[in-house]
Design a protein around this ligand. Sequence first.
Ligand SMILES: NC(=O)C1=CN([C@@H]2O[C@H](COP(=O)(O)OP(=O)(O)OC[C@H]3O[C@@H](n4cnc5c(N)ncnc54)[C@H](OP(=O)(O)O)[C@@H]3O)[C@@H](O)[C@H]2O)[C@@H](O)CC1
Ligand SMILES: [K+]
Length: 474
Amino acid sequence: MRHAHAVEQVRAAEAALMARLPEGTLMQRAAAGLAAVCVRLLPRVYGSRVLVLAGSGDNGGDALYAGARLARRGASVRVVLLTPERAHADGLAELLAAGGRVTADPAEFERADLVLDGIVGIGGRGGLRPAAAPYAGMRRSGPVVAVDVPSGVDADTGEVDGVALRADVTVCFGTYKPGLLIDPGASYAGVLHLVGIGLELPPAPVTALQEQDVAGLLPRPAAESDKYRRGVVGVAAGSARYPGAAVLAVAGALRGGAGAVRYAGTAAEEVVRRFPEVLVTEGTPGGAGRVQAWVVGPGGGEGAGAALAEALASDVPVLVDADGLTELARLGPDALRDRTAPTVLTPHAGEAARLLAGALGGPPPPADAAAAARLATARRLAAAYRATVLLKGSTTVVADPGGGVRVNATGTPWLATAGSGDVLSGLTGSLLAAGLAPLDAASVGAYLHGMAGRDAAERRTPITAMEVAEHVRF
Ligand SMILES: NC(=O)C1=CN([C@@H]2O[C@H](COP(=O)(O)OP(=O)(O)OC[C@H]3O[C@@H](n4cnc5c(N)ncnc54)[C@H](OP(=O)(O)O)[C@@H]3O)[C@@H](O)[C@H]2O)[C@@H](O)CC1
Ligand SMILES: [K+]
């Protein structure tokens, strides 16, 4: 599991540890870890050109001390001081003593074999300032290593106000920061290296599942399992106009680990023709028989409202997607007030904007704004609807009403294809039916869906939604 802590938590842990250690210890730990990563990135250190971009805070201090370490190993180190009169004095003195030189020549950015971005770290506020901003637009071929956070990325949210420096590698200290795991910030961070500096941290508010975590959460049949004990998932999806959404949601559900899939809706014939193993009814969820979770809404068209109402009236977990979300946005959070079992919402940014408007009144915010502030959007929705919210996009953010957040980055841009979301909702609903808690079901669903998309794209691109379903495996 990757754990990401808020800046406030990092600051508190840093203060507690610093009180027990000689001054400068943490910065030296950080700089040593940073320099070690740089050494591995350079074909050889001796004679290579390194440019340090140093801001006026401790982030600049880390970069200067790391630069000094590289200079002592024979690198030719230049430093651009973004605010010369307020540079980290001890760090700069150490670099100069090791043979480093100050430069004001921006062309060094292109010439250097490696650039260290120590402009600003967790102390950043607002967009990059004028002295730093031009570096965000400059191109170069060798690696850019971000110190703790790519400058211009908000460490807590991943939001970028204006421009940010694009890194190939980010070396972060003590813990991951949410902004390194959530787009757009994550896309600026490149490969992440975590350097331990001894911080004692509370539970992380934001986590990201790794392969072994997912393996531990997946429902696997035991010797005594039968199909009912493995869970039955109900899918209420599709309409005369969109029968394919039903087929795709069912395809996802069949791959999610439930023991059986029931389908309720007007596409029963299409579904059973494609998947003879599915129990189908032309009716609505209320008359479909017992299930352990419902998936409602993909391609539901005009019937989505009735199906949603019946599913929400049940006492099992309900996942609401697509047309079900449009209906829910119209009804607002009151529609979920009497529920006794969890509800999971799986909006894309546009649907999230409509849900927000449904909860808070006023016109929906632009979808782009909801996507750019995806952590805040998912959290606000989870709190307003008291539901687990899976916000789809280049990093999927899953927010629980209790405050926990999981982020997932296993996807590929090829997943932005029609019907891909239907597969995800079926898959996640199946995991709910198999007994996973909502936050686990949604984050494991997003992980598996992203991996399936990648696997499908490795064989052939572009990919189709059905291929994504076919590539789900665990
Ligand atoms: N926590 C830990 O455990 C450890 C932390 N460590 C390191 O310390 C870093 C945090 O250092 P920090 O607190 O000094 O803040 P930092 O990120 O350097 O930024 C403040 C400076 O930037 C400026 N500035 C602000 N916004 C800006 C913008 N948009 N664009 C441009 N400039 C901007 C701001 O200027 P001011 O507002 O004062 O004018 C101020 O001068 C952390 O990321 C890690 O690298 C490690 O050494 C070891 C352990
Ligand atoms: K930085």
